[in-house]
Design a protein around this ligand. Structure first.
Ligand code: NIG
Length: 381
């Protein structure tokens, strides 16, 4: 079965040679992009969909979420809006609710959020464990996640469980927990931050995960400057996420490495942090991604469009930089070359906007602009 998507007013391919096309068409076949070019030269296909001048771009790649959880933290959010500071300690509230939930409840909540994201154009989702924090609960989270998304990250080092000794807990994370979870995940992550894991503990987690053959990611520099970015670069992590507070040395290190700086602006706004120094990173030549960080504590949104709007209006990305960050660079943060672009051979993840150009994502803030979505050639909306 092949589909010709034609009548494309503006096509963002993220392909270095094709770039951005007008009056374009795409052919999707067997889950892949089979052809891209001018609408007037398009080949025939089994089915034809005319998008009537709308803008088309790759599906969003949301490279940072925490979707295996139960409960919500509305009360914490309300307290924050009334002036209380965000503290990572709120994670423990979600840990308690998650441990108490059944597998079916966790899976249903995860599916609900992945479907909510897909309806807004997100076609690749990474998600993490990290609300279990026992061997049993972390394995359960990883198993459930792996049934629903293809990029799963082990985040046993999310928080030292209340009452536990930090070094003893790290020994479990890099021992029994890692052994049990590794078969279900592709990535490992550590929350390297005051109140979570210090540099030595983070280093131990990253070294053990690397020895186990897992790819590495780091939560770093969310609540203040610290060692997270430096460690991520030193270990060749695929991504360091948050990057809200960066020293000049952090920016230089990122600009001279293959580690993607993943910004999570919805989280910074929801936790009333400063906004990350996006322009410094972009101007220095770092590879910058945008992700939702959807989780019930610090960023309860699946909307990548909201992240784009914020990136343009508040972080001073150009629209094109923001689109690249939420597609191609999200894929780089996951070391994927099959998604985030619409070159021939890419996975047929296609997002049609109800707008003539991607500029409308920032120009019309808050307006739902997703018209149609295909994931691997299957129409989702
Ligand atoms: O990325 N920083 C650590 N982890 C999450 C927060 C999770 C929570 O507050 O529940 C984050 O913001």
């Amino acid at each position: 079965m092949s589909t010709l998507v034609t009548g494309i007013g503006e096509l963002t391919t993220n392909d270095p040679e094709l770039g951005r096309l007008t009056d374009a068409a795409l052919v999707l076949a067997d889950g892949r992009v089979a052809w891209v070019g001018s609408a007037s030269a398009a080949p025939a296909a089994d089915e034809r969909v005319d998008v009537e001048g709308r803008a088309v771009l790759p599906g969003w790649v949301d490279s940072h979420t925490h979707l295996v959880f139960a409960g919500d933290r509305t009360a914490e959010f309300e307290a924050r809006m009334a002036g209380e500071a965000y503290a990572a300690g709120g994670i423990a509230v979600t840990v308690e609710a998650t441990r108490a939930a059944s597998d079916d409840e966790l899976a249903a909540n995860l599916r609900r959020l992945v479907a909510e994201a897909a309806a807004q154009g997100t076609t690749t989702v990474e998600t993490k464990t990290g609300y279990g924090l026992t061997v049993e609960d972390e394995v359960r989270s990883a198993r459930i996640a792996a049934r629903v998304v293809d990029e799963v990250t082990f985040l046993g080092a999310h928080l030292v469980p209340p009452g536990a000794d930090a070094d003893e807990y790290v020994a479990v994370v890099i021992g029994d927990m890692l052994d049990a979870v590794a078969p279900h995940v592709r990535w490992a992550d550590v929350f390297c931050e005051r109140g979570a894991f210090d540099a030595d503990q983070s280093r131990a987690v990253l070294a053990a995960a690397r020895a186990k053959g897992l790819g590495l990611r780091v939560h770093g520099n969310q609540l203040g400057e610290g060692p997270g970015v430096g460690l991520a670069v030193e270990f060749g992590a695929a991504s360091v996420d948050h990057c809200t507070y960066l020293s000049d040395a952090d920016v230089d290190a990122l600009a001279n490495s293959a580690t993607v700086a993943t910004l999570l602006p919805a989280c910074d706004l929801s936790t009333r942090q400063a906004l990350p120094p996006a322009r410094r990173l972009l101007d220095a030549g770092a590879t910058v991604a945008l992700a939702s960080n959807c989780n019930p504590g610090s960023s309860y949104t699946t909307s990548m469009a909201y992240c784009i709007t914020t990136a343009v209006l508040q972080l001073r990305f150009t629209v094109e930089e923001a689109i690249t960050a939420a597609t191609l660079n999200g894929a780089k943060a996951l070391r994927r070359d099959d998604v985030g672009h619409l070159s021939p051979g890419a996975r047929a993840d296609v997002h049609v906007l109800d707008a003539p150009s991607t500029t409308h994502l920032a120009y019309r803030p808050g307006v739902p602009l997703t018209h149609a979505v295909w994931r691997a050639g299957v129409r989702l909306r």
